[in-house]
Write a protein of this length. Structure first.
Length: 208
């Protein structure tokens, strides 16, 4: 049995898909028609009761949700793949810091921007909620921008899975002019030989 990934084009599953590709791991991809809310139907809900993507099922049958948890798990299960720096190293700490910043501070904002009515008081205009979420999104990307140096990646010349995580999030709704270093990172990730096909499939409008 191989890994089985559940997701959709352009979704957070593209993070996991990219990490699997960098590791050279074969996997089955169960694509969900999220436009028709397939993620909320019984077949998928039985796999992931939270009814969100991505979900990864390991060859042993373990179900893993939450994109950052999946990335860390894959890195630990396949340490020779080098998608995260060695354990206990300063580089590992930096990679995990910004991976979890992306997961905790950026990723949740997307749902508010896309579905502000879920977060506005009942009967209230959701537009101010959306505007505020967009402002927070932009401010937090400025924090990431300030953390990047002169190299193409978070760790300078050394690639890691955090680069994938940040690059995918940046493809969703980030004006290029506001964060040129983030844009440079995203382009470098998308140009990696293992990822060009995945990038073209998931983000066809953001290929440069």
């Amino acid at each position: 049995m191989s890994y089985r990934l559940y997701g959709a084009h352009g979704s957070g599953a593209s993070i996991v898909e990219s990490v699997l590709a960098e590791l050279g791991i074969t996997y089955d991809y169960e694509r969900l028609d999220m436009k028709n809310h397939a993620q909320r139907e019984a077949p998928y809900a039985s796999v992931n009761p939270h009814m969100k993507v991505p979900t990864l099922v390991t060859p042993e049958g373990e179900t893993i949700t939450e994109s950052a948890a999946i990335v860390i798990t894959l890195a630990e299960r396949h340490p020779d793949g080098g998608v995260l720096p060695p354990a206990k190293s300063p580089e590992r700490a930096r990679a995990l810091r910004w991976l979890l910043f992306g997961a905790a501070e950026l990723y949740p904002i997307v749902e508010i921007i896309d579905y502000p009515e879920r977060f506005a008081p009942e009967g209230a205009d959701p537009a101010p909620v959306k505007a505020r979420a967009q402002s927070i999104w932009n401010e937090r990307w400025k924090t990431v921008e300030g953390a990047l140096g002169d190299g193409p990646y978070l760790l300078g010349e050394t690639f890691c899975a955090t680069d994938i995580y940040l690059a995918v999030l940046s493809r969703w709704d980030l004006p290029t002019a506001d964060a040129p270093k983030v844009e440079r990172l995203a382009r470098a990730v998308g140009a990696r030989p293992a990822l060009t096909e995945i990038w073209a499939r998931n983000f066809p409008q953001r290929i440069h």
